[in-house]
Design a protein around this ligand. Sequence first.
Ligand code: PRT
Ligand code: MG
Length: 217
Amino acid sequence: MSQPLTMALSKGRIFEETLPLLKAAGIVVTEDPETSRKLILPTNDPVVRVIIVRASDVPTYVQYGAADFGVAGKDVLLEHGGEGLYQPVDLNIARCRMSVAVSAGFDYASAVRQGARLRVATKFTQTARQHFAAKGVHVDLIKLYGSMELAPLVGLSDAIVDVVSTGSTLRANNLVEVEKIMEISSRLVVNQAAMKMKRERLQPILAAFERAAAAIA
Ligand code: PRT
Ligand code: MG
């Protein structure tokens, strides 16, 4: 008797970088989410399927057991809170850093020193709140859902908190990275009930992911 398994992934870099890990576990996704309109993708293993969701929705699907496991960035997991999830493996994929950036002319050091209220635009309000609270800096957080780089350019905020990889988006918009908050990579997340009930099916996949991830590190 084989238990069906559902894995939640987002399109783009997480899907692309998870494919080799799946391959190490003997799983091949047989449709391409970039060209298929299907949200449920089959694999070569009749009991394993992949659902395609927004990156920030992966923890929610796994938390409620709509997916048994999935892959999510640490940035997304910190905002979600991790309730109902095991995070057994750091996959070392989709690596980037969470940073503070400001307009090239803005004197961040004095703004922070003088104890003025800093206006910070971000999608990552939990992470930003914690970071500035730990520094004792007063902030007004402005929640955005994307294109954070625009906010300082049009006077919506003094600073942004965003993930950065090459830094070319910041440079293209005349922004400067003034503080690194943390390194980010993607984690395997597993529903806590599934970890117990479907352990037999999940364990070999987790082990293969762990071995493949160690090889990337
Ligand atoms: O796109 P959507 O709104 O659905 O969600 P998302 O942007 O969170 O999804 P996606 O697929 O873009 O990112 C998934 C995960 O990849 C994130 O949760 C991060 O953990 C990780 N990751 C790694 C990144 C980046 N690198 C990255 N560069 N996520 C986003 N970016 C953005 C960055 O914010 C910048 O605006 O890409 C842009 C270009 O970055 P530079 O520095 O290379 O120019
Ligand atoms: Mg994106």
